[in-house]
Write a protein that binds this ligand. Structure first.
Ligand SMILES: Cc1ncc(COP(=O)(O)O)c(C=O)c1O
Length: 391
């Protein structure tokens, strides 16, 4: 039987490289018993705090194991609304929130809410790896706009304005995975200006909002005139080390969120009640944990910068947020993919080549700060020597 074009072309044209070759090779080597240092994916090495797990178990034992309210339990939506209002200054109520199965389902929902099949949806290159397939899964057509390395991966207003005509929605991410860029007010005001001029929906992925090392997180929803055209994607995954709980949300205008709930009816049918209870407790009692997670990545980011700066073979721009650092390895003359594959074979260190995140990050490597400090510093010293040997 013939499969749909949507599924066959989900990851681009059939046969096209998906940029994950290094990751798959590293997993293969690990399975074969080799000791590989994994600096590749955004999974915490820290475990979920026991008080969150206790609350989940207590809730499930107490009976919250049936179908939960599809758009999210009222008390959790109130708690998320309070958090968003506190962090962004924008008045937010329960009716502005739907709960989703992780930030990923929030992204998919947001694209479905704002565009029809065949519509152009703009994403910023470099991008979080799921963005293209998320847009395609929703039937949209991916259109890329580059954020340039020489502009510290801030999205330029002129680049955006040139790409925007005819698009329905723009997806941005700040703090940014993979580059660690935190969009400045100037960048976001440029984004707002183009969205208004071109009548674009803005989908703002803010799942790293509490991991800001320099400057401050600004939500574009807080820019005058943007609230009615912005959907914000949030998640418990990064802030509270709850990746496996699959709990996220979309924030938007109340009348939009009302119909957004209908989408959950046809997709996930809502997030489990005991997970929602755990998330509510994490948000209410987890400030210390959230601060500790942010401090951990800030500390490792500082150590990574200290281990790599001053090298003639690679350039590191200290990331302002999130849990990664991007290294520009263009002085070696190698592509990110060739460098990462050779590094894996020779040094048994796995990093993501910049090419996995789009063309704008070619000649870069993304290092995830998700292993023990000493092991990370040792791996980065070996990476540095490896790069310098290639000059
Ligand atoms: C930028 C960005 N957005 C969204 C997600 C999805 O997070 P989750 O579905 O675990 O909430 C991730 C995960 O790595 C991410 O890096």
């Amino acid at each position: 039987m013939k499969l749909s074009n949507r599924i066959v072309r989900l990851n681009g044209e059939p046969g096209q490289s998906d940029g994950w070759a290094v990751y798959y090779r590293a997993r293969e080597m690990k399975l074969a018993g080799e000791a590989v240092t994994m600096l590749s994916i955004g999974e915490h090495d820290r475990r979920t705090a026991p008080f969150i797990i206790d609350r989940m178990a207590e809730s499930a034992r107490g009976g919250n194991t049936g179908y939960a309210l599809m758009i999210g339990q009222e008390s959790l939506r109130d708690t998320i609304a309070e958090r968003v209002e506190r962090m962004t200054g924008v008045k937010t109520k329960r009716d502005n929130v739907i709960v989703t199965s992780g930030g990923q389902a929030a992204l998919f929902s947001s694209v479905c809410i704002t565009s029809d099949p065949g519509d152009n949806v703009l994403i910023v290159d470099p991008y979080y790896t799921t963005y293209p397939s998320t847009v395609r899964a929703a039937g949209g057509v991916v259109k890329k706009v580059q954020a340039r390395a020489e502009n510290a991966f801030q999205l330029g207003k002129d680049d955006l304005a040139a790409a925007a005509p005819g698009a329905k929605a723009l997806l941005v991410n700040t703090p940014h995975n993979p580059t660690g860029a935190v969009y400045t007010r100037e960048t976001l005001e440029g984004v707002a200006e183009v969205c208004k001029a071109e009548d674009l929906w803005l989908i703002s992925d803010e799942v790293y909002d509490s991991q800001v090392h320099e400057g401050a997180h600004l939500s574009p929803r807080a820019i005058p005139g943007m609230e009615e055209r912005t959907l914000v994607v949030g998640s418990m995954s990064k802030s509270h080390v709850m990746t496996g709980f699959r709990l996220g949300w979309v924030i938007g205008p109340a009348e939009v969120m009302k119909v957004a709930g209908d989408l959950l009816n046809g997709t996930t049918y809502g997030a489990p009640g005991f997970i929602q209870d755990a998330a509510e407790t994490a948000l209410k009692e987890g400030d210390q944990e959230e601060g500790a997670v942010a401090a951990l990545y800030r500390r490792r980011r500082d150590k990574a910068v200290a281990a790599l700066e001053g090298s003639p073979a690679l350039k590191i721009s200290p990331p302002d947020g999130a849990m990664y650092v991007m290294l520009n390895i263009r002085p070696t003359g190698m592509s990110g993919e060739d460098f990462a594959l050779a590094l894996l074979e020779q040094e048994k260190i796995a990093c993501m080549p910049g090419e996995s995140f789009g063309d704008a990050a070619a000649g870069h490597l993304r290092v995830a700060l998700t292993i023990d400090d000493d092991e990370m510093v040792d791996a980065l010293r070996r990476l540095r020597n490896f790069a310098e040997a290639r000059l």
